[in-house]
Design a protein around this ligand. Structure first.
Ligand SMILES: Nc1ncnc2c1ncn2[C@@H]1O[C@H](COP(=O)(O)OP(=O)(O)OP(=O)(O)O)[C@@H](O)[C@H]1O
Ligand SMILES: [Mg+2]
Length: 279
């Protein structure tokens, strides 16, 4: 593929999927049908796809994650909040197989997957984005996605559109990934994560550094993914952004989960205010 030097500014986000197939119940709807996204039956949402129990990770005796419980459900989003250094990224890293846990369990569709490496989890339908994305800078944007697509596991695919179209980067397909802006690199990271066809997606501070308009657009994308049936875990400090997407939140402090409930309840919780939000 011919690589061009510099991406055009990414114009309008182009949300509809490619191909002639009508969106299926387990497909991301196009923009025009976003308001009539498929509804999951209650028995599907009551059983967590991902169940984390007592998960711990220590670095040289320092407990970065200490006994966290977390559930993720199809078609729902959990926000993961907490002060800097409270263990959010480490939790994502342990769940997604970057680190082996020091203790606890991670159960994906009833199977124990704790300690399995990221590439295995990716094939099993669990994928993540990175707080600081590292695209393959010497490859084109298109090849960055194509390289992931070759590892897809068809069984769990919910998003079956073109990931670059979905995130609005189709116009940059032939540019080197290294020439993207930091916002565009974040969108490319989301596209790469989607290219693997996950049904559980962990998102680490996708909103940080985006403009107000970009935040609104990205919130819309995540809502579409949720409505299509993906289970989302979203690490974020931006309350206005989270509010648009999440059903519940978990608040972490010093590696432990100290609150679980709605975002509305979290921002009124005395302990959450004291350790995180401030007055
Ligand atoms: N590989 C590592 N080795 C040693 N300590 C680590 C490692 N990764 C994380 N930590 C420590 O674990 C703690 C939790 O870090 P983590 O990055 O998970 O926090 P976070 O909640 O994601 O913070 P932020 O909101 O700033 O992204 C911090 O004290 C950090 O220094
Ligand atoms: Mg982090």
């Amino acid at each position: 593929m011919q690589a061009s030097k510099r991406p055009l500014s990414i114009a309008k986000r182009f949300l509809h999927r490619q191909g002639d197939d009508a969106p299926s119940r387990r497909s991301v709807p196009d923009a025009s049908s976003a308001s009539v996204a498929p509804h999951l039956e209650s028995n599907e949402t009551d059983i967590p796809i991902l169940q984390v129990r007592g998960l711990s990770k220590s670095f040289a005796g320092f407990p970065a994650v200490a006994g966290v419980n977390l559930d993720a459900f199809a078609g729902r989003a959990v926000g993961l909040m907490g002060p800097n250094g409270s263990g959010k990224t480490t939790l994502i890293n342990v769940i997604s197989g970057v680190y082996k846990p020091s203790g606890g369990t991670v159960t994906l569709r009833g199977h124990d997957v704790a300690g399995k490496p990221s590439h295995r989890l990716c094939r099993l339908g669990l994928n993540r984005t990175f707080q600081v994305p590292h695209p393959l800078g010497d490859l084109t944007v298109g090849d960055n996605v194509a390289i992931v697509r070759s590892r897809i596991h068809e069984d769990h695919v919910i998003f079956d559109g073109d990931p670059l179209e979905f995130v609005g980067l189709a116009g940059a397909t032939n540019y080197l990934a290294s020439t993207l802006t930091s916002s565009e690199q974040k969108l490319l990271d989301l596209a790469r994560a989607l290219a693997a066809g996950p049904d559980v997606l962990l998102i680490d501070e996708l909103g940080a550094g985006l403009s107000a308009r970009e935040l609104e657009e990205v919130a819309g994308l995540l809502r579409q993914l949720k409505d299509a049936g993906l289970a989302l875990i979203i690490v974020e400090h931006l309350m206005d952004f989270l509010e648009q997407i999440v059903d519940t939140v978990v608040v972490m402090e010093a590696g432990a989960s100290i609150f679980r409930g709605t975002l509305r309840a979290a921002i009124a919780d005395r302990r959450v205010i004291d350790i995180y939000l401030g007055e």
